[in-house]
Design a protein around this ligand. Sequence first.
Ligand code: SF4
Length: 372
Amino acid sequence: MITEITAKSLFRKYKRIESWFLCRYGMNLYRGCGHNCAYCDGRAEGYYVDGEFGRDIAVKANAIELLRRELDPSRRRKPVAGGYVAIGGGVGDTYQPAEKTYCLASRVLKLLLQYRRPVHILTKSTLVQRDIDIISRINDVSRAMVSFSFSSVDDRISAVFEPGVPPPAERLAALAAFKKRGIACGMYLMPVIPFVTDLVDKMEASVKAAADAGLDFVVFGGMTLKDGRQRQHFMRVLERHFPDTAHQYDIIYRGDRYGQAHPEYYEAVNQAFVSLAAKYRMPMRIPSRLYADLLNDNDLVTVMLEHLDYLYKQRGYRSPFGLAAWSISQLKEPLSTMELGLGRIKGVGERCRKVVREILETRRCGELEEML
Ligand code: SF4
């Protein structure tokens, strides 16, 4: 059942730059999702999505009015910060079936074009191709990126766990169409489903497909499974189609309140992914050429340090960059003008200082480019 609701606000502002999607703002046009993926954590109680997940959808009917107000510089206390505006993620895919009727995404994109905002769309639906012309115009004016999420590129497995979503083959074809228009595209290989799509041959097929399609990056993530509605629903689907794997879930998911699996499990699948990304030369984070000119100094340094930290950790090394990134993200003054020496920022030691200076002077980071 579809219900129209009146939302109080649309823009979701992040406290700090979000380095997975390169955004400071995001938005959800729908609550609930007709795609009904078996693993969707939007089903978990903590997200307070009313009704039966997958069937009951709330539409933010006043989204356009709200966004127009939120983008209007004369009504804002502070200008909209740099970086992409993220469309997607959260508890409902923007291009889910209800979007065919409401066309909210198209109208949102037109407004973002008018205000010259860069846009990063994350979806599982090929319906996004409907808006290819407007996305292309945004790309010409301010830049656009289109990413699709996959749990694998196996159409048969996708039909089981992602019953309302176009098969991976069609998603890859849609990405190829965006690439043909000169738009940067990525794959979010997340979540891989334990013991079903986290097998090396399945992951390799996904990374290879991304490389073959000429995608700009692949971002990887494991699955979370929260006790309650999410776990009950997922396990019902798993037991019906992959009964031999079910008992292994009790070993890796032990009731963590955030639904995290055992760290050793994530470590193992991450290692497998790192090797595959290296084999197919796929960047595991969004490359800096797609954002270096969009961010202010502090955000740029934060993102690059976070990416470095991620890449070192994936390779099994400790890194000083995570703490330094966090400290810099909390600064109120611009890094380039601050009188306080870099060395007095918490976690910024000699090695970090060198990297920070290089980023401030060149807007690039040789170490990061090498590791990607
Ligand atoms: S497309 Fe995304 S939001 Fe929608 S059900 Fe699937 S995982 Fe959840």
